[in-house]
Design a protein. Structure first.
Lengths: 411, 315
């Protein structure tokens, strides 16, 4: 076991001292994520996270004009790209649309909303009545949180008495009192905390019954794991080629003259590739959490998924090395496999071709990407067990083939 | 315990139609340096590869410290050290990390390994470069580190495959001195080379290999006796010297075996050049001839190889 660890740690140390490899393993995924993020609008000036046209229905029953002010906020030019206000029908229809995941949220403004929120000038007291209800879709946690953040910020301003009914929303935005740039931060906080820590008076938040789906699209939350997995294939290919490189450089022969079994040597190389893969994806996940504010979800699930994806990818790297004759061949085949796997697993664009999607099931990218998406949408370790199971099954099958191919080479 | 550390029995390696090593038989006594001398492609490296369990013999066997390379390769690997012809080091790691890794592969660890690493770095004169990456080393330094790796676990028998190829004279000198030190410490060494001078300087016994076959083996004296024990004297004269007459005069001397004129030189073969040289010079002076220079050639392994194969060692 000591020798297996020694070989693995040696390989990790060698990769960490290779600037070219580090650039491709760590820097490239960040830069490409960054670039695609800009293309997709994730870093646009409105401070959004790439989410656009969040469908919201607002039922305004307010007999005064504060409800109208809230609608103005949602229909303002500043939120035009982010929010799509759907024409109001009825409360029942709105709830149904949320439950069927057609709306991210339904806002029900109660009849005496203005009276509840704004004190009577003569008595200084507010009226009692129903709270404003935000009925949110659990299938769209981020979008619903954006809506909640807008409502919360609006009501916060009203609650502090800084908003006068006569002041238009444009004036609020211009004065900086209503800060659209902080909406994303608030939404992220709401998603991670899964609750409003200090609910505002007059606001009631309820969840609908829609099941999680892939309708929720956060550009970075999908791009970042996609890129991490795409470049994970590069890393494992690099690791696989190191076996052949050790042969051409004579170090493999030298290892074989020591009292070290072939199993220990292969085990050590596998451990090294796996360790490097885990380190790479781990660094990318942690880094993107800080850099891009990406919410990866349940950390236990994320860790399990990283380990499983690295294991499955390692098996592929090993098989490629087992089938190739030279390190150069590994690089060539590995690059082709990396690009193919990236393409058929929807890493770059969502390809809606059933046949390709079916083939994508042989890639670690697809299973892991689905898993990361589920976790990002708020699901837990239990929900991604099928993905983890598929990755482990893939690893076992491919490892068996890889070991067989190496045995044929006398390793 | 047998006095032999290594003994081969009809060792053979076949690649298709090519017989790389053909029924090679030799043995090495404990504490000896045995040189395998032969031109490039003679089969030296293939022999070492089989003995270090890297290649399986097509036929035959060898025992090292009593263990068969065919039936007990792991036991063999525990007692041998391998210094390959091509450097087998990790250039991106420093010298210490290289030694630590290879020590672990040899089954060492902890304080024992650390102490041994310090000892060897001192020995190969790399202690002050211990934390520098190997890629910054000169060729000679890499060669020395390559040898240190092979000595980490104090093997009973070290295989050194052409360890001085492509290095500067100073590093070469250090390596040759190190091999002699190892022998003095009781380690056995199988040393392959195509440099006749190295084999002559280091070897207790020499095996001469050509085209995969061991064509002669024994001590250097035994091998030299194969071509006779005559020294060759070359006396160079001025341009107009009557070298033919001088050669005739030399032939009449009882201790001269042969004397031949060759332009401005006379080539004389004698049993002991040093003892007869004054007499030859006296005859030349009497004849009024002035000797410009003298070369004395003792029989060497080059001559043995030439005698056995009809080719020079470096052809």
């Amino acid at each position: 076991m000591n020798k297996i660890f020694a070989i693995g740690l040696k390989d990790l140390r060698l990769i960490l001292r290779d600037p070219a490899a580090l650039i491709l393993m760590l820097l490239a995924p960040y830069l490409i994520t960054l670039g695609l993020g800009f293309v997709s609008g994730a870093f646009s000036d409105d401070g959004s996270s790439g989410i656009q046209d969040i469908p919201v229905m607002i039922i305004n029953q307010d007999q005064d004009n504060l409800g109208g002010q809230l609608i103005e906020v949602f229909q303002s030019d500043d939120l035009a790209d982010l929010i799509d206000v759907i024409p109001a029908t009825s409360v029942a229809d709105g709830r149904t649309q949320v439950d069927e995941d057609e709306l991210a949220a339904l806002i029900i403004i109660p009849a005496n909303f203005s009276d509840i929120m704004i004190p009577d000038p003569s008595t200084g007291e507010t009226a009692e009545g129903e709270a404003l209800e935000l009925y949110r879709s659990p299938a769209r946690p981020i979008s619903a949180s954006v809506v909640e953040a807008v409502v919360t910020q609006f009501m916060g301003q009203v609650d502090q008495g800084t908003t006068l009914v006569t002041v238009s929303i444009e004036q609020l935005v211009e004065s900086g009192q209503f800060d659209l740039n902080t909406i994303q931060d608030q939404a992220t906080e709401l998603v991670t905390s899964q609750s409003t820590a200090d609910p505002l008076i007059g606001l009631s938040v309820n969840s609908g019954t829609a099941e999680s789906s892939e309708n929720e699209f956060n550009a970075l939350a999908v791009l970042a794991p996609g890129m991490a997995l795409f470049f994970l294939m590069y890393t494992v290919t690099l690791g696989g080629s190191s076996i052949l490189r050790e042969r051409t450089e004579g170090t493999l022969d030298r290892m074989q003259t020591t009292p070290t079994s072939s199993g220990q040597i292969l085990g050590g190389k596998i451990f090294g590739i796996f360790l490097t893969g885990v380190a790479q994806v781990g660094i990318l996940v942690i880094g993107s959490s800080f850099m891009y504010n990406i919410v990866w979800g349940d950390w236990l699930g994320v860790i399990a998924l990283i380990i499983s994806a690295a294991l499955a990818a390692t098996s592929w790297g090993l098989l490629i090395a087992g089938l190739a004759r030279t390190p150069e061949q590994v690089t060539g085949i590995g690059t082709a496999v990396m690009l193919t796997f990236g393409a058929i697993s929807d890493t770059f664009v969502d390809i809606d071709v059933p046949a390709l999607n079916a083939i994508g099931a042989i890639t670690p990218n697809q299973w892991a990407l689905q898993g990361f998406t589920k976790l990002g949408l708020g699901q837990t370790m239990v929900d991604i067990l099928p993905n983890i199971g598929a990755l482990w099954l893939m690893a076992m099958v491919i490892f068996t083939l890889a070991v067989f191919s190496f045995r044929r080479k006398g390793v | 315990m047998s006095r032999l550390i290594l003994e081969t029995a009809d060792l053979r390696k076949q690649y298709g139609d090519l017989t790389a090593v053909n029924q090679v038989n030799f043995s090495i006594q404990r504490g000896q340096v045995f040189s395998l001398l032969g031109p490039n492609g003679a089969g030296k490296s293939t022999t070492i590869s089989m003995l270090s369990c890297l290649l399986s013999p097509s036929d035959g066997d060898a025992t090292i410290d009593g263990h068969s390379i065919v039936n007990a390769p792991n036991k063999v690997k525990a007692v041998i050290g391998y210094v390959p012809q091509d450097l087998a080091l990790y250039n991106k790691l420093n010298a210490k990390h290289n030694l630590k890794f290879w020590g672990t592969m040899s089954g060492m660890g902890g304080a024992t390994l650390n102490k041994r690493i310090d000892e060897l770095l001192e020995r190969v004169e790399l202690a002050d470069r211990a934390n520098d990456r190997v890629e910054t080393f000169s060729g000679g330094m890499k060669r020395r580190l390559n040898i240190a790796v092979g000595l980490l676990h104090r093997p009973k028998l070290v295989f050194m495959d052409e360890p001085t190829v492509g290095i500067d004279p100073q590093s070469r000198r250090r390596i040759l001195d190190m091999v002699k030190e190892l022998r003095d410490e009781g380690m056995s060494v199988l040393y392959t080379t195509h440099y006749m001078e190295e084999a002559q300087e280091l070897s207790d016994e020499v095996g001469i290999i050509d085209h995969g076959k061991m064509i002669a083996q024994g001590t250097q004296d035994e091998l030299r006796r194969l071509v006779g024990e005559q020294d060759t004297l070359r006396l160079h004269f001025t341009e107009d010297a009557p070298t033919a007459d001088l050669a005739t005069s030399f032939t009449q001397l009882p201790f001269v075996s042969t004397a031949n004129a060759n332009e401005q030189e006379v080539v004389v073969t004698v049993p002991d050049a040093a003892s007869v040289l004054p007499d030859l010079l006296a005859i030349a002076t009497e004849a009024g001839q002035r000797v410009r220079s003298i070369d004395i050639e003792e029989p060497n392994l080059e001559a043995v190889f030439l005698h056995l194969t009809g080719r020079a060692l470096r052809e």
